[in-house]
Write a protein that binds this ligand. Structure first.
Ligand SMILES: Nc1nc2c(ncn2[C@@H]2O[C@@H]3COP(=O)(O)O[C@H]3[C@H]2O)c(=O)[nH]1
Ligand SMILES: [Mg+2]
Ligand SMILES: [Zn+2]
Length: 500
């Protein structure tokens, strides 16, 4: 029994986490023995162990991802069209990672980490939001859920009159104290965000618009918070993460990179077919900063600015889906070989995970993103048909198995990525906790202890959602899914009607 457990744990929950749990349980017993019980703490610790056991239980039924065999697509399970799409989108052999200066991960001091833990704990528990004072009441109410994985960005977009990206970005910058730390002029920030939102509307995309950018920015914030990776970062790195998320699809054309390459678009010519759109998103966003009125980083020192730019470029280029397999493989190998984790690689993976996170969110959100994305794919298919090109996989509005493709996307792409993020975060966070030997820090230990609990809870939370979403898609398949877009839109409206 013990051996069997150990085997499963190696893939999903690290021995360090189990050790921390045992310490926690022993501490609870000691407290009970001497009748020194803090009910809040006891409840939190029990929550933690329950979440861990829940994650363990779910893991046993979870299909594991073997990075050595790329996507491991079994032809009897995945339809040909979906397999073609997965292979052409995620396994393209691209250029090796660019050489960067050998950079050892820089840990914030443990004192810093513990302080951050307490700070984050406070952020979570705060019953009010730090919203700008002149925000409408509905916006303030909506932003109270900002730290929650189930935060509804569609609601924020509606109560902020279509300014979810602007509202959310400002809120997060203030929340992380980055405006004061980097002396970001508020007027510049406003103008920059207006331009950013304008760029996201340029091609009137159903999916790749400012709401998606707001969603990804929020998700990056949540990932940093719930995994505890936030404690590992400097303020500048947090700023880089939020900025990269906000700009990561700026001026997206609504087409795939392959479409740009096949049609020899202007962008493909400029960027030599390499990460065509991602290169544009970064380049065009940095161009915005060239203008004095929109230069939100005007008060950064030159080294700060260079470090931020390097990080943002690497993170946004890492959202090119054709680098998915390489990214996942490299991080898996790093974890397996107990190498130190490269910060830019870790942060790129977090942005990539946030970019594909909606299938790991509640169905009420996932079911609203899917038809938007499908409509964008189908619009490209219509263009391809018009141009006499063959229609790309998943882009034929009359013949696309949406449910099957979503199940495959969740199983082969989303779950392995989130599993990796969870493992990586454990590896980053556990040493921060174990190194806590200074007695003055021990008294503040509870903040970080709580974070480990949150990290374990995070794993079981996303697993619950991916399982639920796959099961919803399976039900749709059983009920005879029509391959037409109209039926998907109707489903979305029904869902929204039922759940709101
Ligand atoms: N098939 C499928 N692809 C998705 C889904 N969510 C995101 N993606 C793809 O993942 C990509 C991530 O980067 P982008 O946001 O540029 O474009 C996104 C889509 O191409 C999904 O639910 N299903
Ligand atoms: Mg993109
Ligand atoms: Zn995106």
């Amino acid at each position: 029994m013990a051996l069997q457990h150990g085997k499963t744990l190696n893939t999903h929950i690290s021995p360090d986490t189990w050790r921390s749990t045992i310490i926690l349980l022993k501490r609870m017993v000691q407290q009970l023995e001497v009748n020194d019980v803090n009910f809040e703490e006891l409840k939190r610790n029990l929550d933690f162990t329950a979440s861990l056991l829940e994650a363990f239980y779910t893991n046993r039924t979870q299909q594991s991802f073997d990075a050595d065999d790329d996507l491991q697509l079994r032809s009897d399970v995945v339809p040909v069209e979906v397999r073609d799409w997965l292979a052409s989108t995620f396994t393209q052999r691209v250029q090796p990672f660019s050489q960067r200066l050998e950079e050892k991960p820089k840990f914030r001091s443990i004192v810093h980490a513990v302080q951050a833990g307490i700070f984050v704990e406070r952020m979570f528990r705060k019953a009010y939001s730090n919203a700008m004072p002149d925000q409408p009441a509905d916006v303030i109410i909506c932003l109270r859920d900002l730290d929650r994985w189930s935060f509804d960005v569609f609601s924020l977009d509606s109560v902020s009159s279509g300014h979810s990206l602007k509202t959310l970005f400002i809120e997060l910058i203030i929340k992380h104290h980055l405006n004061s730390r980097f002396k970001v002029p508020l007027s510049c920030l406003m103008s920059f965000l207006c331009e950013l939102e304008r760029g996201y509307s340029k091609h009137t995309n159903a999916y790749h618009n400012h709401t998606h950018a707001a969603d990804v920015t929020h998700t990056v914030h949540c990932l940093l918070l719930h995994t505890g990776v936030l404690y590992w970062l400097t303020d500048l790195e947090v700023l880089a993460c939020l900025f990269a998320a906000a700009i990561h699809d700026y001026e997206h054309t609504g087409n795939s990179n392959n479409f740009h390459i096949y049609t020899r678009s202007e962008m493909a010519m400029i960027y030599n077919d390499r990460s065509v759109q991602e290169s544009h998103h970064v380049s065009a966003s940095f161009r915005l900063l060239q203008n004095e009125n929109t230069n939100i980083f005007m008060n950064l020192t030159r080294p700060e600015w260079l470090e931020l730019r390097t990080l943002v470029i690497e993170m946004v280029l890492g959202t090119d889906m054709s680098s998915h397999v390489l990214q996942v493989k490299a991080m898996r190998t790093c974890l397996q070989q107990h190498e130190s984790i490269d910060k830019p690689k870790a942060l790129s993976l977090i942005l990539h995970a946030a970019d594909i996170s909606h299938p790991a969110k509640p169905w009420s959100l996932h079911s609203r993103w899917t038809p938007r994305l499908m409509e964008e794919f189908f619009t490209q298919g219509d263009k391809e048909a018009e141009l006499g090109l063959s229609i790309s996989p998943l882009c034929d509005r009359h013949n696309t198995p949406v449910s099957q493709s979503q199940i495959a996307f969740i199983e082969f792409i989303v779950e392995p990525t989130f599993s990796l993020i969870s493992d990586m975060s454990e590896k980053i966070i556990i040493p921060l906790i174990q190194d806590t030997t200074d007695p003055s820090i021990c008294s503040r230990y509870r903040g970080l202890q709580w974070t480990v609990a949150d990290l374990v809870g995070f794993r079981s939370m996303w697993m619950r959602h991916t399982e639920e979403n796959k099961s919803r898609w399976r039900d749709k398949m059983k009920n005879g899914e029509s391959h037409s877009y109209e039926s998907e839109i109707q489903t979305e409206e029904e869902t929204a009607g039922k759940e709101h």
